[in-house]
Design a protein around this ligand. Sequence first.
Ligand SMILES: NC(=O)c1ccc[n+]([C@@H]2O[C@H](COP(=O)([O-])OP(=O)(O)OC[C@H]3O[C@@H](n4cnc5c(N)ncnc54)[C@H](O)[C@@H]3O)[C@@H](O)[C@H]2O)c1
Ligand SMILES: O=c1ccn([C@@H]2O[C@H](COP(=O)(O)OP(=O)(O)O[C@H]3O[C@H](CO)[C@@H](O)[C@H](O)[C@H]3O)[C@@H](O)[C@H]2O)c(=O)[nH]1
Length: 329
Amino acid sequence: MAILVTGGAGYIGSHTVAELLDRGEEVVVLDNLQTGHKAALLGGKLYEGDLRDKELLSKLFSENSIDAVIHFAANSLVGESMQNPGKYYDNNVFGTLSLLEAMKDAGVRRIVFSSTAATYGEPEKVPIEEGDRTEPTNVYGETKLMMERMMSWFDKVLGIKYVSLRYFNAAGAHESGKIGEDHRPESHLIPLVLQTALKQRPHISVFGDDYATPDGTCIRDYIHVSDLADAHMRAVNYLREGNDSNVFNLGNGQGFSVKEVIETARKVTGLDIPVVTEPRRAGDPAVLVASSDKARSVLGWSPKRTRLEDIISGAWGWHQSHPQGYGDE
Ligand SMILES: NC(=O)c1ccc[n+]([C@@H]2O[C@H](COP(=O)([O-])OP(=O)(O)OC[C@H]3O[C@@H](n4cnc5c(N)ncnc54)[C@H](O)[C@@H]3O)[C@@H](O)[C@H]2O)c1
Ligand SMILES: O=c1ccn([C@@H]2O[C@H](COP(=O)(O)OP(=O)(O)O[C@H]3O[C@H](CO)[C@@H](O)[C@H](O)[C@H]3O)[C@@H](O)[C@H]2O)c(=O)[nH]1
């Protein structure tokens, strides 16, 4: 039996494919390469195409024995979602509907799904727990919450079991040095800071220094991408064991401000990183920090690469050896 990974050529998807292959799983990938890279795939069988293409999905499910799906394929930029909401409803919500319909037709009953801290919006307390209020402050988070609710109804009505993994900020690179983060355009803080250290950018912009946090900049919980990959394998096995649908936060449980990330990157690289303060970015909550106690107790998961310095240092290794990311591929 194989695991279908949608969005497997993307950042978190490719690290998860690597983890699945290491564990001896058979892997099928569906990716339209809109933000992913063929070169990020260390193995598996690639179907190059779109989640919303019903014919392709039906062909893929008929040509392979799929027993579980891991669903990464989505648009995922907070800022962009506040400028182009329709793109997010179409790709994220309609794309997921298309996938669930194809799973129903093929009789596939297990899905592990990339959700996000952005489903919570401005948290009522930190660390955030799974039962806390979900009131997204941006379109991206709203579409992910809609996708979760859709899955919950597909479970109630059709018995398709799901695990929704609400990750906080994915960061870092694979220990092999072969794969890492290459989003185009890049909008994530850590790669932008490291590209600034490499002098590929003149400065790093800090989006707002007037938040109600100790240094005025936003606080986020940075979690290593390989720890996320490990959680996906555990979530698939949890469903294979016949357990019920569930929702888990995945984070380190420790928050770092934008200024602390930049300071740590200066220490790790030993290089100058010029900063320019700019206005707040629309849709950004001030603080997002996870409680991952539930994932620890139910999935037996715990993050292994927790020091911000080590996470940034791994990412720095990738950026130094791949200054143009995956190149033109
Ligand atoms: N990066 C983070 O910090 C973070 C945090 C929380 C949740 N997430 C979620 O995790 C998932 C992966 O994030 P990422 O950072 O690896 O993003 P990414 O853009 O690197 O990966 C997404 C992949 O999906 C593919 N894709 C997108 N739409 C598609 C479609 N319609 N059909 C086929 N393929 C399609 C892209 O080509 C890409 O390879 C996303 O769902 C995102 O919302 C990411
Ligand atoms: O040039 C930059 C880029 C980012 N930031 C700030 O840095 C923090 C982190 O931003 P970013 O790296 O863009 O991540 P988020 O917007 O927090 O979103 C990420 O983390 C979410 C979960 O918390 C995921 O759902 C999203 O997919 C993923 O992009 C935020 O406060 C940003 O305002 C800057 O100050 N300058």
